[in-house]
Ligand binder design. Structure first.
Ligand code: PMP
Length: 289
Protein backbone atom coordinates (compact mmCIF):
# COMPACT_ATOMS: atom_id res chain seq x y z
CA UNK A 1 0.00 0.00 0.00
CA UNK A 2 1.22 3.51 -0.79
CA UNK A 3 0.08 6.69 0.91
CA UNK A 4 0.39 10.31 -0.16
CA UNK A 5 2.26 12.44 2.38
CA UNK A 6 3.07 16.08 1.74
CA UNK A 7 3.08 15.79 -2.01
CA UNK A 8 4.74 12.39 -2.50
CA UNK A 9 3.65 8.79 -2.65
CA UNK A 10 5.49 6.67 -0.10
CA UNK A 11 5.16 3.06 1.10
CA UNK A 12 2.63 2.90 3.95
CA UNK A 13 5.32 1.86 6.46
CA UNK A 14 7.29 5.03 5.68
CA UNK A 15 4.25 7.32 5.76
CA UNK A 16 4.97 9.28 8.91
CA UNK A 17 4.38 12.77 10.26
CA UNK A 18 6.44 14.73 12.77
CA UNK A 19 5.79 14.35 16.51
CA UNK A 20 5.59 18.16 16.47
CA UNK A 21 2.75 18.12 13.98
CA UNK A 22 -0.29 19.87 15.48
CA UNK A 23 -2.58 17.20 14.07
CA UNK A 24 -0.82 14.76 16.40
CA UNK A 25 -0.38 17.16 19.32
CA UNK A 26 -3.79 18.75 19.49
CA UNK A 27 -6.07 17.15 16.91
CA UNK A 28 -5.59 20.47 15.08
CA UNK A 29 -6.59 19.25 11.65
CA UNK A 30 -9.43 18.87 9.18
CA UNK A 31 -10.28 15.60 7.48
CA UNK A 32 -12.70 13.80 5.20
CA UNK A 33 -13.54 10.18 4.64
CA UNK A 34 -14.84 9.35 1.20
CA UNK A 35 -15.64 6.30 -0.86
CA UNK A 36 -14.43 5.59 -4.35
CA UNK A 37 -16.70 3.44 -6.47
CA UNK A 38 -15.42 2.23 -9.84
CA UNK A 39 -12.40 4.53 -9.52
CA UNK A 40 -14.52 7.70 -8.93
CA UNK A 41 -14.62 9.42 -5.57
CA UNK A 42 -18.33 9.68 -4.82
CA UNK A 43 -19.66 13.20 -4.05
CA UNK A 44 -16.12 14.62 -4.13
CA UNK A 45 -17.36 18.22 -4.56
CA UNK A 46 -19.36 17.99 -1.34
CA UNK A 47 -16.46 16.46 0.58
CA UNK A 48 -14.07 19.08 -0.82
CA UNK A 49 -16.49 21.86 0.20
CA UNK A 50 -16.77 20.48 3.74
CA UNK A 51 -12.98 20.19 3.99
CA UNK A 52 -12.61 23.83 2.88
CA UNK A 53 -15.26 24.89 5.37
CA UNK A 54 -13.54 23.04 8.22
CA UNK A 55 -10.20 24.63 7.31
CA UNK A 56 -11.85 28.05 7.29
CA UNK A 57 -13.41 27.38 10.68
CA UNK A 58 -9.96 26.42 11.97
CA UNK A 59 -8.54 29.68 10.64
CA UNK A 60 -6.43 28.14 7.88
CA UNK A 61 -8.44 29.07 4.78
CA UNK A 62 -5.66 28.35 2.27
CA UNK A 63 -4.55 25.02 3.68
CA UNK A 64 -6.19 22.70 1.13
CA UNK A 65 -3.84 22.27 -1.84
CA UNK A 66 -5.33 22.92 -5.29
CA UNK A 67 -4.10 19.59 -6.57
CA UNK A 68 -5.79 17.55 -3.83
CA UNK A 69 -8.04 15.68 -6.34
CA UNK A 70 -4.91 14.66 -8.26
CA UNK A 71 -3.24 13.42 -5.07
CA UNK A 72 -6.33 11.34 -4.30
CA UNK A 73 -6.49 9.92 -7.83
CA UNK A 74 -2.74 9.15 -7.77
CA UNK A 75 -3.10 7.31 -4.46
CA UNK A 76 -5.96 5.19 -5.80
CA UNK A 77 -3.95 4.45 -8.97
CA UNK A 78 -0.76 3.63 -7.09
CA UNK A 79 -2.68 1.04 -5.08
CA UNK A 80 -4.62 -0.22 -8.07
CA UNK A 81 -7.89 0.53 -6.27
CA UNK A 82 -11.28 1.23 -7.82
CA UNK A 83 -13.60 0.51 -4.89
CA UNK A 84 -11.98 2.03 -1.84
CA UNK A 85 -12.14 3.96 1.38
CA UNK A 86 -10.26 7.25 1.06
CA UNK A 87 -9.18 9.43 3.94
CA UNK A 88 -7.79 12.94 3.47
CA UNK A 89 -6.24 14.90 6.35
CA UNK A 90 -5.03 18.49 6.37
CA UNK A 91 -3.27 19.42 9.61
CA UNK A 92 -2.00 22.82 10.69
CA UNK A 93 1.47 21.34 10.27
CA UNK A 94 4.63 21.34 12.34
CA UNK A 95 4.72 24.20 14.83
CA UNK A 96 6.66 23.37 17.96
CA UNK A 97 5.98 24.67 21.37
CA UNK A 98 2.83 26.66 21.84
CA UNK A 99 -0.93 26.39 21.60
CA UNK A 100 -1.52 29.65 19.72
CA UNK A 101 -1.27 28.86 16.02
CA UNK A 102 1.31 30.75 13.96
CA UNK A 103 -0.12 33.23 11.48
CA UNK A 104 1.59 31.35 8.66
CA UNK A 105 0.44 27.77 8.01
CA UNK A 106 2.47 25.08 6.29
CA UNK A 107 -0.11 22.28 6.36
CA UNK A 108 0.62 18.58 6.40
CA UNK A 109 -1.54 16.83 3.80
CA UNK A 110 -2.05 13.08 3.93
CA UNK A 111 -4.13 10.80 1.69
CA UNK A 112 -4.62 7.17 2.67
CA UNK A 113 -6.70 4.50 0.99
CA UNK A 114 -7.77 0.95 1.67
CA UNK A 115 -9.82 -1.50 -0.36
CA UNK A 116 -13.55 -1.33 0.32
CA UNK A 117 -15.65 -3.56 -1.92
CA UNK A 118 -18.79 -2.04 -3.25
CA UNK A 119 -22.20 -2.63 -1.71
CA UNK A 120 -25.28 -1.30 -3.40
CA UNK A 121 -27.52 -2.63 -6.10
CA UNK A 122 -25.74 -5.90 -6.85
CA UNK A 123 -22.98 -5.96 -4.29
CA UNK A 124 -22.42 -6.70 -0.66
CA UNK A 125 -22.96 -4.13 2.07
CA UNK A 126 -19.98 -3.38 4.26
CA UNK A 127 -22.18 -4.10 7.29
CA UNK A 128 -23.69 -7.34 8.28
CA UNK A 129 -27.32 -6.82 9.29
CA UNK A 130 -29.07 -3.82 10.78
CA UNK A 131 -27.38 -1.77 13.48
CA UNK A 132 -27.95 -2.09 17.20
CA UNK A 133 -27.77 1.38 18.71
CA UNK A 134 -27.60 2.50 22.32
CA UNK A 135 -28.15 5.95 23.82
CA UNK A 136 -25.14 6.98 25.91
CA UNK A 137 -24.70 9.43 28.78
CA UNK A 138 -21.92 11.29 26.96
CA UNK A 139 -23.45 14.35 25.31
CA UNK A 140 -22.42 15.72 21.98
CA UNK A 141 -19.79 18.45 22.27
CA UNK A 142 -21.86 21.63 22.01
CA UNK A 143 -21.42 23.61 18.84
CA UNK A 144 -20.56 26.72 20.85
CA UNK A 145 -17.50 24.86 22.16
CA UNK A 146 -16.34 23.23 18.90
CA UNK A 147 -18.38 24.08 15.79
CA UNK A 148 -20.40 20.95 15.05
CA UNK A 149 -20.21 21.33 11.29
CA UNK A 150 -16.39 21.17 11.27
CA UNK A 151 -14.95 17.72 10.68
CA UNK A 152 -11.76 17.85 12.73
CA UNK A 153 -9.31 15.23 13.94
CA UNK A 154 -10.65 15.67 17.47
CA UNK A 155 -12.89 12.62 17.90
CA UNK A 156 -12.62 12.31 21.67
CA UNK A 157 -16.34 12.97 22.06
CA UNK A 158 -17.16 9.96 19.89
CA UNK A 159 -14.45 7.89 21.56
CA UNK A 160 -15.94 8.59 25.01
CA UNK A 161 -19.30 7.45 23.66
CA UNK A 162 -17.82 4.26 22.15
CA UNK A 163 -16.07 3.51 25.47
CA UNK A 164 -19.47 3.67 27.15
CA UNK A 165 -20.72 1.16 24.60
CA UNK A 166 -17.85 -1.13 25.42
CA UNK A 167 -18.80 -0.98 29.10
CA UNK A 168 -22.40 -2.05 28.43
CA UNK A 169 -21.43 -4.77 25.94
CA UNK A 170 -21.45 -8.43 26.81
CA UNK A 171 -21.53 -11.65 24.84
CA UNK A 172 -25.16 -11.29 23.84
CA UNK A 173 -25.27 -7.52 23.42
CA UNK A 174 -22.74 -5.47 21.54
CA UNK A 175 -24.13 -2.21 20.09
CA UNK A 176 -22.72 -1.02 16.76
CA UNK A 177 -23.27 2.66 17.33
CA UNK A 178 -23.85 5.09 20.20
CA UNK A 179 -26.61 7.69 20.00
CA UNK A 180 -25.61 11.08 21.34
CA UNK A 181 -27.97 13.73 22.64
CA UNK A 182 -27.18 17.43 22.65
CA UNK A 183 -26.97 19.60 25.78
CA UNK A 184 -30.76 20.07 25.82
CA UNK A 185 -31.32 16.31 25.70
CA UNK A 186 -32.50 16.25 22.08
CA UNK A 187 -31.38 13.45 19.78
CA UNK A 188 -28.31 14.62 17.83
CA UNK A 189 -26.46 11.88 15.94
CA UNK A 190 -24.32 8.77 16.17
CA UNK A 191 -20.57 8.91 16.82
CA UNK A 192 -19.83 8.55 13.11
CA UNK A 193 -23.29 8.64 11.60
CA UNK A 194 -26.49 10.64 11.25
CA UNK A 195 -29.81 9.26 12.27
CA UNK A 196 -33.20 9.11 10.51
CA UNK A 197 -36.56 7.66 11.47
CA UNK A 198 -39.93 7.17 9.83
CA UNK A 199 -43.16 7.94 11.61
CA UNK A 200 -46.60 7.83 9.97
CA UNK A 201 -45.05 7.78 6.52
CA UNK A 202 -42.87 10.85 7.12
CA UNK A 203 -39.06 10.80 7.17
CA UNK A 204 -37.46 12.71 10.04
CA UNK A 205 -33.90 13.63 10.94
CA UNK A 206 -32.54 16.06 13.56
CA UNK A 207 -32.02 19.54 12.12
CA UNK A 208 -28.46 20.80 11.59
CA UNK A 209 -26.95 22.78 14.45
CA UNK A 210 -25.73 20.28 17.02
CA UNK A 211 -24.53 17.58 14.63
CA UNK A 212 -22.12 17.03 11.78
CA UNK A 213 -24.19 17.50 8.63
CA UNK A 214 -23.16 14.32 6.85
CA UNK A 215 -22.80 14.21 3.08
CA UNK A 216 -24.89 11.02 3.07
CA UNK A 217 -27.56 12.77 5.16
CA UNK A 218 -27.66 15.69 2.68
CA UNK A 219 -27.95 13.32 -0.27
CA UNK A 220 -30.64 11.17 1.35
CA UNK A 221 -32.62 14.30 2.26
CA UNK A 222 -32.33 15.61 -1.32
CA UNK A 223 -33.36 12.26 -2.81
CA UNK A 224 -36.26 11.83 -0.39
CA UNK A 225 -37.53 15.36 -1.06
CA UNK A 226 -37.89 14.45 -4.73
CA UNK A 227 -40.27 11.63 -3.73
CA UNK A 228 -43.87 12.10 -2.72
CA UNK A 229 -43.67 11.48 1.05
CA UNK A 230 -43.12 14.16 3.70
CA UNK A 231 -39.56 14.89 4.84
CA UNK A 232 -38.92 16.91 7.98
CA UNK A 233 -35.95 18.09 9.99
CA UNK A 234 -36.63 19.09 13.58
CA UNK A 235 -35.95 18.58 17.27
CA UNK A 236 -36.59 15.05 18.50
CA UNK A 237 -36.25 12.86 21.55
CA UNK A 238 -34.60 9.47 21.63
CA UNK A 239 -38.12 8.20 22.37
CA UNK A 240 -39.27 9.37 18.93
CA UNK A 241 -36.68 7.05 17.43
CA UNK A 242 -37.45 4.14 19.75
CA UNK A 243 -41.15 4.27 18.89
CA UNK A 244 -40.65 4.89 15.15
CA UNK A 245 -41.95 2.61 12.39
CA UNK A 246 -38.52 2.47 10.77
CA UNK A 247 -35.10 3.97 11.46
CA UNK A 248 -31.71 4.07 9.81
CA UNK A 249 -28.20 5.48 10.10
CA UNK A 250 -26.29 7.18 7.31
CA UNK A 251 -22.62 7.72 6.69
CA UNK A 252 -20.23 7.49 3.78
CA UNK A 253 -19.05 4.00 4.64
CA UNK A 254 -22.33 2.41 5.75
CA UNK A 255 -24.43 4.37 3.22
CA UNK A 256 -28.00 3.70 4.48
CA UNK A 257 -28.01 1.15 7.31
CA UNK A 258 -31.26 0.14 9.02
CA UNK A 259 -31.44 0.37 12.81
CA UNK A 260 -32.48 -3.03 14.00
CA UNK A 261 -32.70 -2.18 17.67
CA UNK A 262 -32.52 1.06 19.70
CA UNK A 263 -31.91 0.78 23.46
CA UNK A 264 -33.14 -2.81 23.33
CA UNK A 265 -36.32 -1.92 21.44
CA UNK A 266 -36.85 -3.39 17.99
CA UNK A 267 -37.29 -0.78 15.27
CA UNK A 268 -36.11 -2.15 11.93
CA UNK A 269 -36.33 -1.43 8.25
CA UNK A 270 -39.42 -0.87 6.11
CA UNK A 271 -40.56 0.53 2.77
CA UNK A 272 -39.12 4.04 3.20
CA UNK A 273 -35.74 2.78 4.39
CA UNK A 274 -35.66 0.39 1.42
CA UNK A 275 -36.58 3.25 -0.92
CA UNK A 276 -33.81 5.49 0.48
CA UNK A 277 -31.32 2.65 0.05
CA UNK A 278 -32.41 2.11 -3.54
CA UNK A 279 -32.28 5.81 -4.43
CA UNK A 280 -28.82 6.14 -2.89
CA UNK A 281 -27.57 3.03 -4.70
CA UNK A 282 -28.92 4.42 -7.97
CA UNK A 283 -27.13 7.71 -7.38
CA UNK A 284 -23.84 5.88 -6.83
CA UNK A 285 -24.51 3.84 -9.96
CA UNK A 286 -25.36 6.94 -12.05
CA UNK A 287 -22.39 9.01 -10.93
CA UNK A 288 -19.62 6.45 -10.73
CA UNK A 289 -20.22 3.65 -13.21
N1 PMP B 1 -21.59 12.48 12.19
C1 PMP B 1 -20.32 12.25 12.57
C2 PMP B 1 -19.89 12.71 13.93
C3 PMP B 1 -19.42 11.62 11.70
O1 PMP B 1 -18.15 11.40 12.07
C4 PMP B 1 -19.86 11.19 10.42
C5 PMP B 1 -18.90 10.51 9.49
N2 PMP B 1 -18.15 11.44 8.76
C6 PMP B 1 -21.18 11.45 10.06
C7 PMP B 1 -22.03 12.09 10.97
C8 PMP B 1 -21.71 11.06 8.69
O2 PMP B 1 -21.11 11.89 7.71
P1 PMP B 1 -20.94 11.43 6.20
O3 PMP B 1 -22.29 11.05 5.69
O4 PMP B 1 -20.40 12.65 5.54
O5 PMP B 1 -19.99 10.29 6.18
Amino acid sequence: MQYHVDGSLVPAAEATVSVEDRGFRYGDAAFETCRAYGGEVFAWDRHAARLERTCETLGMPDAVPDDLPVRVADTLDANDLRDAYVRVSVTRGVQPGKLTPDAETDPTVVVTTKPLPRGGVDGERVWDGGATVQTVKTRRTPSNAVPADAKTHNYLNGIMARLELRRVSNEGYSPDEALLRDQSGALAEGTTSNVFFVDDGALHTPAAGELLPGITRELVLALAREESFPVETGTYDVDDLRSADEAFLTNTTWEVRPIEQADGIRVGSGPITALCQRLYDELVEERCY
